[in-house]
Structure formats: structure tokens, C-alpha cells
Write a protein that binds this ligand. Structure first.
Ligand SMILES: C[S@@+](CC[C@H](N)C(=O)[O-])C[C@H]1O[C@@H](n2cnc3c(N)ncnc32)[C@H](O)[C@@H]1O
Length: 265
């Protein structure tokens, strides 16, 4: 495993607010990944397992031996290890050196080759067309989306694909919870809105969106009860039906998996 350390600060007039945002993100995630990184809000991931499984499946379908993959905003290395075990040549970047130290430690303990780099996702230090796959979990909504997608498109090969799992920002109940618990997330993060999805549609020829978790949120109070798994499975089935039949409900999902191909350079 190799470890490089690169950190790109924005320079030039008007960039101090960008650098302040990056510093806030780095500080928050250094603290999160340096200590117990379980936040109370993390308990809600108990109801998003179907979304995460869909994301992992979509990523793994793309991976083939020798492809070049970038885990974008990897934290402690969410998908990087599996991608590497499946034969990909993996680079993982994040703004948080503490998160990357954890990724590096896991990789060396497990004997997995992953190149980890401290890097701003909005200013990647990679040549154009470097990657066959860019994958990210919970990263786009921490970034200025226009700059981030410019970079994702730039570093993808023409045949390259990108897969992301991200929270959506339209559900009023979820937004109320977010407003009541500001300390559990960064000041600048912004779950994706319709206009963000429009931006993605403009930058890729094919955009597949899969929506998860609406009624499934109601299973959350049962998460420590025996009835949880069966209740969740029923509600996930209901959500699949609702999202398929009633398009206007999709934006109120909590989680979105994005499968993007045909980057428009
Ligand atoms: C919600 S965490 C997700 C981490 C990891 N993908 C996971 O699923 O566990 C968001 C990550 O984005 C990283 N991040 C935030 N802003 C960034 C930026 N400008 N460039 C690179 N990484 C950034 C944070 O340090 C953090 O690790």
C-alpha cells in the first residue's frame, strides 16, 4: 500500500470562503473519525440497508480486474477495500487526514493495496481520464456540486462510470430532524435537491436514480426488537411500490443511489 499526502487549497481572490468550508469539513471529520464516530443520527442507517446494498451491488457490477477506481470521500475506507479485493487498482481520497489514517491502518492490517491521498474532491490532482470508476458514499452533499461534478467528469474515461449513494433533502420530517440536531452534521452539508439532480442529468448521458426509505422510516423505533427485520422488509416493499407507481413521491425518499455513465466532457 502506498500513502501519499497531497492537500490542495484553493488560491486566488474569493477563495477564502472555500478554504474555510474545507477547514470546517476537515475539522468535523477529523474529530468524528478520531473518536467514537457513532453519532445518534447513525442509528437511522438501520433502515437504509436496502439502499446501501443497492449501492454496493452497483459498484461491484462495474469492478473488473485491473480497472482503475477512485473512492471519492472515502472516510475510513468505506468501499475501497472491497474494490481492491475484487481486483481494482484503487485510489481513495478524503479531506480528513484522520479518516485516511484509519483507512491506511485497516488496509495494512488486512494486507490490501489501496493508495490513500488527502485531497480536496473539488480539485483533484489526477490527469484527465484517469479512472474507469468513481464511487462515493455520502460525499457529494458535502461538496459544491458543480465543481465536484466537473472534476468527476474530467477524471473519468469516456467509458467510465460513477456510482454514488446520497441523502435527499426534500422530506419535511427528515428536514425537521436535521434542524433539531445541527451538531450531528457539518455546517455546510446539503442533502441533494431537484436542481442538483438536474445538474447531474446535464453532465452524464445516462443517469439512473434509485430511491429508498420513505415508509421504511417507521420501522426505526423497532430497531432493537425482534419484529424489526420483518417490519422493515414489508415497509421496503411498500416503498418500492410507491416509488414505482407515484413518481412525485420519489423526491421525499431519504436515500438515493445514482448510477452515472456517458460523462459529458
Ligand atoms: C459522510 S462522510 C462519508 C465517508 C465515507 N464515504 C463513508 O461512507 O463512511 C463524508 C466524507 O466526506 C469527506 N469530505 C468532505 N468534504 C470533502 C472534500 N472537499 N474533499 C474530500 N473529502 C471531503 C469527509 O472528510 C468525510 O470523510
Amino acid at each position: 500500500m502506498s500513502l501519499g499526502t497531497v492537500c490542495h487549497a484553493a488560491s486566488g481572490p474569493g477563495n477564502s470562503s472555500v478554504n474555510e468550508r474545507l477547514a470546517r469539513e476537515r475539522e468535523f471529520h477529523d474529530e468524528r473519525f478520531g473518536g467514537g464516530d457513532e453519532r445518534p443520527a447513525d442509528a437511522f442507517y438501520a433502515v437504509s440497508t436496502e439502499a446501501e446494498a443497492h449501492y454496493r451491488r452497483a459498484v461491484r457490477e462495474i469492478v473488473a480486474t485491473g480497472i482503475k477506481a477512485l473512492e471519492y470521500g472515502c472516510g475510513a475506507g468505506s468501499e475501497a477495500f472491497v474494490l481492491s479485493e475484487l481486483g481494482a487498482n484503487v485510489t481513495a481520497i478524503d479531506i480528513s487526514p484522520v479518516a485516511l489514517e484509519r483507512a491506511k491502518l485497516t488496509a495494512s492490517t488486512r494486507g490490501i493495496a489501496v493508495s490513500t491521498l488527502v485531497m480536496d474532491a473539488e480539485r483533484l490532482a489526477f490527469a484527465d481520464h484517469s479512472f474507469d470508476l468513481v464511487a462515493g458514499s455520502g460525499i457529494l452533499h458535502h461538496l459544491e456540486l458543480g465543481s465536484a461534478i466537473d472534476e468527476v467528469v474530467r477524471v473519468l474515461r469516456p467509458t467510465g462510470r460513477a456510482v454514488f449513494i446520497e441523502p435527499l433533502g426534500h422530506n419535511p420530517v427528515i428536514n425537521l430532524y436535521r434542524r433539531l440536531t445541527p451538531g450531528q452534521r457539518t455546517h455546510d452539508e446539503h442533502p441533494l435537491m431537484d436542481e442538483d439532480l438536474d445538474l447531474l442529468r446535464r453532465r452524464f448521458d445516462r443517469v439512473e436514480m434509485s430511491y429508498f426509505v420513505l415508509s421504511a422510516l417507521a420501522a426505526f423505533p423497532l430497531r432493537n426488537r425482534a419484529a424489526f427485520e420483518s417490519t422493515l422488509a414489508r415497509l421496503q416493499g411498500l416503498d418500492r411500490h410507491l416509488f414505482y407507481r407515484v413518481a412525485r413521491l420519489r423526491k421525499y425518499a431519504w436515500m438515493l443511489v445514482l448510477e452515472l455513465s456517458g460523462p459529458r466532457f
